[in-house]
Design a protein around this ligand. Structure first.
Ligand code: SF4
Length: 342
């Protein structure tokens, strides 16, 4: 990897997101899609971010990579400190050097990131030549090696093919090859397997895990699938309506979930012995940005444990037990985390 010895210090944060607020301009008004979110990622950690669609997971990852749509999305406040550098203050040229080199991202549908008019080899070589001082010949040979390392057979042939000639699973492998080309310290994977069939899903997750284990790379894995979290993650962040509602290590989350939303997500995981017909799903929908409750708990409309005060008092993310943080009035005796506002 990058040969940075300090990365081996597991106590040091690679990424620190502090009180992040990201807003979107809709009909002339700003609405918060990510609301006062704070978390850290250490080298080699896999941190899962879970929640239904519309919970702010993807907006959070786009904020970290500064990939928000320029005319409508903006980071309004907070800090994103990556490897000691404040990304939220960086100009485009500076962030471009970090993106693809030190931090990379893969998306659900690789066709949205791969350019259909260029060969796989061209797209891999472009990344390598942009970030490394190597010749075109070396870049081509490195591209073939990278394709081989992500499990693509016949890489010497695939390197000259176009994205549409590959299957969905192979395209995602190519995206992973592009993402790891410069040996990033952080990979953000946004629903990387959702568009793939179950067998290929497992292969792609194994591939990401294998690469992470061989390197010092940390991973932020964004998913709506708690089964994937159980397989892959060290730490888990549960998001609802733009806020973190629960944050803890993976074992604690699965054996001692606290937040009613997390518990309902758990109940929605398909069980081997369960009839598909009786799968539980969470009633209602995540409030849209325009319809976000002004006060009280944002989950109150859907929460089976809701109390009268839940509609007027806004819960804060607080330590319930050592390292286990929950934002719910059922645990209101817990102490607010230092420096974190409602
Ligand atoms: Fe449910 Fe109230 Fe807790 Fe919100 S604060 S999750 S409504 S119990």
């Amino acid at each position: 990897m990058k040969g940075n010895a300090s990365l081996h210090n597991k106590d040091r944060s690679l990424l620190e997101v502090k009180n992040l607020e990201t807003s979107f301009l809709i009909d002339g008004q700003l609405y918060n899609a990510v609301d006062n979110v704070s978390f850290t990622v250490k080298p080699r950690q896999i941190v899962g971010i879970v929640g239904e669609s519309g919970c702010g997971k993807s907006v959070l990852s786009l904020s970290i990579m500064k990939l928000l749509p320029k005319d409508t999305g903006m980071i309004r406040s907070g800090e994103i400190v990556f490897d000691g550098k404040h990304l939220e203050q960086m100009e485009d040229a500076e962030i471009n050097r970090i993106r693809g080199n030190e931090a990379a991202m893969i998306f659900q549908e690789p066709m949205t990131s791969l350019n259909p008019v260029f060969t796989i080899g061209f797209q891999l070589m472009e990344v390598l030549l942009n970030h490394m001082k190597i010749s075109k010949k070396e870049a081509r040979s490195k591209s073939i090696d990278l394709l081989k390392s992500v499990g693509i057979s016949r890489p010497e042939k695939i390197v000259d093919e176009y994205p549409h000639q590959l299957s969905g699973g192979m395209r995602q492998r190519v995206m992973i090859a592009i993402a790891i080309a410069c040996q990033p310290k952080l990979l953000i994977a946004d629903e990387p397997t959702t568009a793939l069939d179950v067998t290929v899903q497992a292969q792609i997750l194994d591939l990401i895990k294998g690469i992470q284990e061989e390197s010092n790379m940390a991973v932020i894995l964004i998913t709506h699938d708690l089964g994937v979290v159980a397989e892959m993650c060290d730490e888990v962040i549960v998001m609802y309506a733009g806020k973190i509602v629960e944050k803890t290590d993976v074992d604690t989350l699965f054996y001692h979930p606290k937040h009613p939303y997390t518990k309902l997500l758990m109940e929605a995981i398909p069980k081997m012995d369960q009839d598909v017909e009786v799968l539980s799903s969470i009633k209602g929908i995540v409030p849209s940005l325009k319809n976000m409750p002004k006060q009280g708990c944002r989950f109150a409309e859907r929460c089976p444990m809701a109390m009268a005060k839940c509609k007027t008092i806004t819960p804060i993310l607080a330590n319930v037990e050592d390292g286990h943080e929950v934002s719910c009035l059922l645990y209101e005796t817990s102490k607010p985390k230092e420096g974190v506002n409602a």
